[in-house]
Ligand binder design. Structure first.
Ligand SMILES: Cc1cc2nc3c(=O)[nH]c(=O)nc-3n(C[C@H](O)[C@H](O)[C@H](O)COP(=O)(O)OP(=O)(O)OC[C@H]3O[C@@H](n4cnc5c(N)ncnc54)[C@H](O)[C@@H]3O)c2cc1C
Length: 326
């Protein structure tokens, strides 16, 4: 069976796109989702219109799934591991089949929307996850406001963590940057000299240390501080994670030959959200590049509108991202 549109990723962008496509009541749409993702771990978004007290990623996802059911759109729990183009111009996807069956599954589609997101790199200390989005954050544009005048630690590495600490200085002067060093967390790299000077000028203390444990009330998601390898306890009310090296989940776009930004995000046309590969769209965090819920929703809806146009009339000229455009 050839499906009109397969949406890979049932997070914020993918679900919003599916709702929009479902409302045309004209296409066979399938969402395939691996079940993790940033929206699955963030316990509160507070910068969204209509949610002054916050809403969790799982609440939004569950509400989206209920909306989809009304349009008869199925969501399959699977991880797509390979995407290729067939001789007749369709897209063949191979899933790991890791849920309902033990064997790999294949799916064929006329169009694709890649909405696979990004996954942050952080050490999964016991107690940290219940705080994510409530008192521990990753994005200053989203949550800088939440640390206003509060004792805050930046748990990070090298220049990335230093830049985060400097950005947060706009909201609080009660900042400690705990620099855990390189990806292995055991060698503290030298900071760029200019950043070191800027930290000093901003009065931000940088501690080069390994974090042994996080203390938190896991019931309420209240972060309380960290314990360092030498036993020192650094108390804080809020934390930001800034290690760099986040995983941009654009492998499928790469396999299909889509143009990627140097940091791995997928280029799309600003109007249609189609990638450089005709018939393949991208939306949300995996695209270039704002990493916010409202933007993921907007991109998902925008992509769906143009996918609908192409499905209605395959001759439609869709604005396409071109690496050679001026
Ligand atoms: C701690 C934290 C706090 C945040 N706070 C805010 C905030 O306050 N405000 C805000 O606007 N944003 C915030 N964000 C960012 C926000 O969560 C993301 O911008 C949003 O989730 C992006 O939606 P998305 O659909 O692009 O990706 P996601 O929500 O990550 O969804 C991607 C989906 O794709 C699936 N997937 C990936 N690869 C595959 C594959 N190969 N096959 C099948 N499925 C796949 C994943 O399982 C996942 O379900 C926060 C993020 C984090 C981690």
């Amino acid at each position: 069976m050839i499906i009109d549109c397969i949406i890979i990723g049932g997070g914020i962008a993918g679900l919003q796109a599916a709702i929009q496509l479902g409302r045309y009541a004209a296409h066979h749409v399938l969402v395939i989702d691996a079940g993790d993702g940033r929206s699955a771990i963030c316990r509160s978004y507070r910068n969204l219109l209509g949610y002054p007290d916050g809403v969790s990623g799982m609440e939004l996802r569950e509400a989206g799934m209920r909306q989809l059911a009304a349009y008869g759109i199925d969501v399959i729990h699977d991880t797509i591991i390979e995407a290729t183009r067939t001789a007749d111009g369709h897209f063949l996807l191979r899933g790991s089949g890791d849920t309902s069956s033990s064997s790999a599954t294949t799916y064929t589609a006329r169009t694709l929307l890649i909405a696979t997101g990004v996954m942050d790199r952080f050490t999964d200390y016991p107690g940290l996850r219940p705080c994510l989005g409530l008192t521990v954050y990753v994005c200053p544009d989203c949550d800088g406001y939440e640390v206003k005048d509060r004792r805050t630690v930046v748990l990070g590495a090298g220049d990335v963590g230093a830049k985060m600490a400097l950005t947060l200085r706009a909201w609080t002067d009660k900042l400690v940057y705990i620099d855990q060093g390189d990806a292995d967390g055991d060698v503290a790299p030298e900071l760029h000299a200019r950043l070191r000077e800027q930290l000093e000028a901003a009065g931000i203390r940088r501690v080069q240390a390994t974090v042994n444990a996080v203390t938190a009330d896991t019931r309420t998601g209240e972060f309380q501080g960290v314990q360092l390898a030498d036993g020192t306890v650094v108390e804080a009310e809020r934390a930001f994670l800034a290690y760099g090296g986040n995983e941009v989940r654009s492998q499928l776009a790469r396999q299909l030959g889509a143009s990627l930004h140097e940091n791995g995000h997928i280029w799309t046309d600003p109007r249609s959200k189609m990638t450089s590969v005709p018939g393949v769209w991208a939306a949300g965090d995996v695209a270039v590049h704002a990493e916010q819920v409202s933007i993921a929703m907007g991109e998902g809806a925008q992509a769906a509108i143009w996918i609908h146009k192409l499905l209605l009339d395959p001759q439609t000229v869709i604005p396409t991202y071109s690496p050679h455009a001026p």
